[in-house]
Design a binder for this molecule. Structure first.
Ligand SMILES: *Cc1c(COP(=O)(O)O)cnc(C)c1O
Length: 479
């Protein structure tokens, strides 16, 4: 380890100095760790010549860039998937973001009754308004829908001799990564009592399984796939009637949380087929005791799990020791409160998810043409095409939302390279590659982001072909 070559390696300080003009963009200690790692790599590779400083610098810069791109940051969503779990699901509306900011920067009355001057109920306002919005007796909020389900299951399975949760085999679903209904059930101490078959379950199947050991009848919305052909499952009213006879609560995990008739959402987007998504209001009308759904799917708010239904059950959930571990923080409550108020006021266009879904195709086409004109003379083939956007987030799996896409074929390098360059732009623009083209779906791009898309495209198309994606910007000429 002490051969003469190794002594020729520059010191950490020397590398740090050489980097400085380009700016670090990360905490210094993190940059130092990256430099050490690169120096160690050279030291630990026998028979390797010590690289020139410039080569070392390039490697360190690449390490810094990689890490910088891991930071949570805003991105432009050009995927056409409106609720994209990898891209943070629902973007918040301005009123929600402003409420969040104000509460974040100040003290708040989170658990303080301003009129009485005494301790107050946490989230009391948003709970009341959620109940009103869903025509429910009561409501409460936890971290996400998975947490809501866990809380409900813990509550109903407290008695050791009554832990069975009756569920159809057609609803033992997996939602996204790591959320499997049977696993969640077992993890909470519930015992799974499967009934029926994948495609066919009758009320008789349920009633044969319900007995003294039954804690709950659970209905789970098949959020992210459909079942077609020879299928049937009992109507909710049949199950709630059974539940009432047997003295067993019926709970429905709705997932998406559409509060409006989804079939009417894409009003100006002709060519669009969105089916009706069951709402919490409908489930409660059918006699379901509790409904849970996400705050950041079709509701368009922050990540949260909302439970609505019978007040005695909601109150009991809030008294569960587990509730304390699953409750939301003030930032989420502030953003949710603002979002729920937008619904109550009918200001649907202030909820970005709803606005994106409701945008007309003509408007998208006009924007696409503007972007195309802005790229005249750049080395790229560009056309405006018809796309099919998706709602995403494990909601409305069959919905096809007519959309408008930019089709980009760079002249000097492959489409995948353009997609990679856009992903590492500042801010990143996330498109996709299809049919050998880089595509950007404008349904999920906010109109005020068009300028960012143009800037990112121009930069990506003028970089020399040899430059790797994510290469740092050149330091200003003056340094
Ligand atoms: C998405 C979904 C969940 C999980 O919701 P999170 O808020 O992501 O925890 C649970 N159940 C159903 C039916 C879902 O669609």
């Amino acid at each position: 380890m002490n051969s003469p070559e190794h002594r020729k390696l520059p010191s950490v300080d020397r590398v740090l100095q050489a980097l400085a003009p380009g700016g670090l963009g990360l905490p210094r200690s993190i940059v130092v760790a990256i430099i050490r790692r690169e120096l160690d790599r050279v030291r630990e590779t026998p028979d390797l010549d010590v690289p020139a400083l410039a080569v070392l610098l390039a490697r360190v810069r690449e390490g810094i860039e990689r890490l910088r791109h891991q930071r949570i940051q805003p991105v432009v969503n050009g995927t056409g998937v409106v609720i994209h779990t990898n891209l943070g699901r629902a973007p918040l509306g301005i009123p929600a973001a402003e409420a969040l900011r104000a509460v974040a920067l100040n003290y708040s009355n989170l658990e303080y009754d301003l009129v009485e001057g005494t301790r107050g109920s946490r989230g009391g306002y948003v709970e009341q308004n959620l109940a009103r919005l869903c025509s429910a007796e009561a409501a409460t909020v936890v971290n996400n829908c998975a947490a809501a389900l866990v809380l409900i299951l813990r509550h109903v399975t407290q008695r050791a001799d009554r832990r069975e949760v009756v569920i159809s085999r057609g609803e033992l679903i997996q939602i996204g990564g790591g959320f499997r209904i049977p696993d969640i059930l077992e993890a909470t101490g519930a015992r799974l009592r499967e009934v029926g078959t994948t495609n066919h379950t009758t009320v008789a199947d349920y009633s044969a399984a319900v007995g003294d050991a039954t804690a709950l009848i659970l209905r789970v919305h098949r959020s992210n796939f459909f079942l077609g052909g020879f299928t049937s499952s009992p109507a909710a009213q049949e199950l709630t009637a059974l539940g009432k006879r047997a003295g067993v609560p019926v709970v429905e995990d709705l997932g998406s949380g559409a509060l409006l008739p989804t079939e009417r959402l894409p009003e100006k987007a002709e060519g669009t087929v969105v089916r009706h998504e069951r709402t919490p209001q409908e489930a409660l009308r059918d006699g379901v005791d509790l409904v849970c759904f996400s705050g950041d799917k079709l509701l368009g708010g922050p990540q949260a799990g909302i439970v609505v239904g019978r007040s005695n059950l909601v109150e009991a959930l809030k008294k569960q020791p587990f509730f304390r571990a699953l409750r939301c923080d003030k930032l989420v409550l502030a953003a949710l409160q603002a979002t729920v108020d937008l619904y109550l006021e009918g200001s649907l266009d202030a909820v970005p998810v709803l606005r994106l879904l409701r945008t007309g195709r003509e408007e998208l086409r006009a924007r696409a043409e503007k972007i195309r004109s802005a790229l005249a003379g750049y080395p790229v083939g560009i056309s405006v095409g018809e796309g099919k956007a998706e709602v995403g987030g494990g909601t409305l799996p069959g919905a096809e939302i007519a959309s408008v896409t930019l089709h980009l074929t760079p002249r000097d390098y492959p489409a995948a390279e353009l997609a990679a360059r856009l992903r590492t732009a500042d801010p990143p623009v996330v498109g996709y590659v299809a049919k050998g083209r880089c595509q950007i779906d404008l349904r999920t791009v906010f109109p005020d982001q068009d300028a960012l898309v143009i800037r990112a495209l121009r930069a990506a198309l003028t970089k020399s072909p040899g430059e790797t994606a994510g290469a740092p910007e050149k330091p200003p000429a003056s340094t």
